[in-house]
Design a binder for this molecule. Structure first.
Ligand code: OGA
Ligand code: MN
Length: 198
């Protein structure tokens, strides 16, 4: 199971894991440069899928660019995430057959209201990951990921500051979450490990 024991165990015990330093600052800078080069291809994010798809900036304000496995990124981050998918699969028998990922950019003031990541009509998303790609982020810049914990936790929340290189993973059907507005542009690589549709 290699070096992923801690994160696999955390997913079993807590349903989530925060991993500061998953990428180092040089890797973050390289991925930011990739994003800059692809800037023209970003599109406003929507909510829902197929007929239910719509854009609503009062719900989410980010622009996204979906990646495929051949994406020529400066850092083999998709390979690392693929290894992680395999580690989860081998240990947890989650039947995770694939993953999808997109870059996301929230302009200053942008946010994403409280939501669950599973689509109502196609709940194949099992694990959500978010990898932050910001430089010199301060708590006072805002933009926290606010995770709503289980009812056992009496409605408490956990805030994650989007420091560059931090990876967050959580079970997609378990935790509602939101993105708080930030005072500056906020970047990430976000995706989902999925199981096969039934
Ligand atoms: C999402 C999302 C969280 C974040 O894209 O579904 O909730 O911290 N992102 O960017
Ligand atoms: Mn989400």
């Amino acid at each position: 199971m290699s070096g992923y024991n801690t994160v696999v165990q955390a997913l079993v015990d807590e349903g989530k894991f925060v991993w500061p330093g998953f990428l180092n600052p040089q890797q973050v800078a390289a991925l930011r440069a990739d994003m800059d080069a692809l800037q023209a291809d970003f599109r406003p994010a929507g909510i829902g899928r197929e007929q239910g798809y719509q854009r609503d900036i009062s719900i989410r304000g980010d622009e996204v660019l979906w990646l495929d496995n051949d994406a020529p990124l400066a850092v083999p981050v998709l390979d690392q995430l693929e290894e992680l998918r395999q580690a989860f699969n081998a240990s947890l028998y989650l039947g995770l057959v694939e993953f999808e990922a997109h870059f996301a950019v929230y302009p200053a003031g942008g946010f994403y209201q409280r939501h669950l990541d599973q689509h109502r009509n196609a709940d194949t998303r099992v694990v959500t990951f978010v990898l932050y790609l910001n430089e010199d982020w301060q708590d006072s810049d805002g933009g926290q990921l606010r995770i709503y914990l289980d009812s056992q936790d009496h409605g408490r929340t956990q805030d994650v500051t989007p420091h560059g290189g931090t990876l967050v993973l959580f079970l997609s059907d378990r935790f509602e979450h939101e993105v708080l507005p930030a005072t500056r542009e906020r970047r990430s690589l976000t995706g989902w490990f999925r199981r096969r549709p039934v």
